[in-house]
Design a protein around this ligand. Structure first.
Ligand code: FAD
Length: 423
């Protein structure tokens, strides 16, 4: 059988693309290597799935890398409001939480993937799970997709023909969810250029990382990324110290540039500001007030009193590592130590635990208005396989939904046009 559209990968982008193409009237088949679709969706947002957010395009665009311009058409054709309507119409209620983040009301990520599967089924998509696509080639005007049955011990294989192919295989992050990077090989087999790949939204490991820091989470702190002694990014928000180093929302936000700089061999440092709302002078005045209320003067300040003072300025668990990091701590240098706690970074967590893969199918190779490869009519790319990634906060799934929707609709439009002209 010759399908109109074949979608490779049943993640957020692929399920949206398949639904949109089928709703437009195309025969659609989706191949997914896992035994079920949406394995990565199920672990998003700590199992709750932050599926999008309430940002306007102008705000949204500042959180998209490397260039949001490429996403503009896709976002306007299927915006964050459209994503909410799509799920609500399919029976999945959503809620807006702190910071404009949008989740399913049930707070169950699996409800999001199940809703997408239901939408595909209702639209008539043929869903073939346990099929891993190995290669795609063009035979005349149609594509042949060669796959193996990934779950079968017999290594059974087969091929499917389609007029259009949408590659939505994701990136390389969290390979256990099915992301193996096959989409990049498919792109390269058509001479489509990739931008260098690297993990993003990932933990940064300092030199001589103090194990006492592990498990500490800080709210409303500042973080400055310094590359080769120049401050390149300043963020304020939440940060956590884990087994893997520095992460949390602001740790992740600076990780993209930090990882790129580390790969380029540059010197990377992070400066943690424990009191971002106060200037040095205001902080010195605050410390003076604290000391007055404790009835101590600077001359009497020994280690015990210093610990008591620090207990008024930071979470208890942070006191010991803070003192270790600042061996010559005095009342005089305390404000600057609180404003700048320097961590020299030596490495980062790789794809095994990075939230997204940066880089991918080059924006130059794909027409932004359709997501069709410039030099391969009928071949489309959507989702994380593209050189497009966002910060934490629902940006990445919105990118996947917007690009999946646009690719599905564009592929359908092209095929339906051809059908009309040949009748
Ligand atoms: C732990 C974690 C938490 C996250 N939380 C959030 C969040 O809350 N909000 C947010 O916006 N983003 C979040 N993200 C990022 C977001 O999940 C991804 O950016 C998004 O899922 C990408 O969608 P995709 O469809 O492009 O790729 P994927 O979701 O990775 O889907 C690709 C699919 O293709 C399949 N596939 C791959 N190769 C083949 C092949 N050769 N043949 C057949 N099938 C194949 C895979 O098995 C997979 O199912 C999170 C990511 C992680 C890892």
């Amino acid at each position: 059988m010759l399908y109109d559209v074949l979608v490779i990968g049943g993640g957020a982008a692929g399920m949206m693309a398949a639904t949109k193409a089928a709703r437009a009237g195309c025969s659609v088949v989706l191949l997914e290597r896992n035994p079920f679709c949406g394995k990565k969706i199920n672990i998003t947002g700590k199992g709750r799935c932050n599926l999008t957010n309430t940002r306007t395009w102008d705000e949204f665009a500042t959180h998209v890398h490397p260039s949001a311009n490429f996403l503009r058409s896709a976002f306007y054709s299927f915006s964050n409001k459209d994503v909410v309507s799509f799920f609500e119409e399919a029976g999945l209620k959503t809620v807006v939480t702190q910071g404009g983040r949008i989740f399913p009301e049930s707070m169950r990520a699996a409800d999001v993937s199940q809703t997408l599967v239901k939408c595909m089924e209702e639209a008539g998509v043929e869903i073939l799970c346990g099929r891993e696509v190995l290669s795609v080639c063009k035979e005349g005007e149609v594509f042949r997709c060669n796959y193996i049955e990934s779950e079968s011990k017999m290594m059974a294989s087969g091929s499917i023909m389609a007029q259009a192919v949408i590659v939505t295989t994701g990136g390389l992050s969290y390979p256990g969810t099915g992301s193996t990077g096959r989409g990049y090989d498919i792109a390269e087999s058509f001479d489509i250029q990739l931008e260098p790949l690297f993990p993003s939204l990932t933990a940064l490991m300092p030199w001589q990382y103090d194990p006492a820091l592990k498990g500490i989470a800080l709210e409303n702190v500042g973080l400055t990324l310094v590359v080769d002694r120049t401050s390149v990014q300043i963020e304020t928000g939440d940060l956590s110290f884990t087994d893997n180093g520095i992460e949390g929302s602001i740790g992740f936000r600076v990780s993209r540039r930090a990882v790129k700089a580390l790969i380029a061999g540059q010197k990377v440092e992070l400066e943690l500001d424990l009191k971002p709302a106060l200037s040095l002078e205001q902080l010195a005045a605050r410390i003076k007030r604290e000391m007055e209320s404790m009835q101590i003067d600077a001359g009497r300040m020994g280690p015990v009193l210093m610990r008591q003072l620090l207990a008024r300025l930071m979470p208890k668990a942070l006191i010991a590592p803070f003192i270790t990091a600042n061996p010559g701590l005095t009342v005089n240098n305390l404000p600057s130590a609180l404003k700048v706690w320097r961590f020299k970074i030596h490495s980062y967590t790789g794809y095994e635990r990075a939230v997204v893969t940066a880089g991918g199918v080059s924006q130059k190779e794909v027409v932004a208005k359709t997501l069709c490869a410039r030099n391969v009519p009928g071949l489309y790319f959507a989702g994380e396989v593209l050189d497009l990634d966002g910060d934490t906060g629902g940006y990445n799934l919105q990118i996947a939904f917007s690009t999946g929707s646009l690719a599905g609709e564009s592929a359908a439009q092209k095929i339906l046009k051809q059908r009309v002209s040949s009748e």
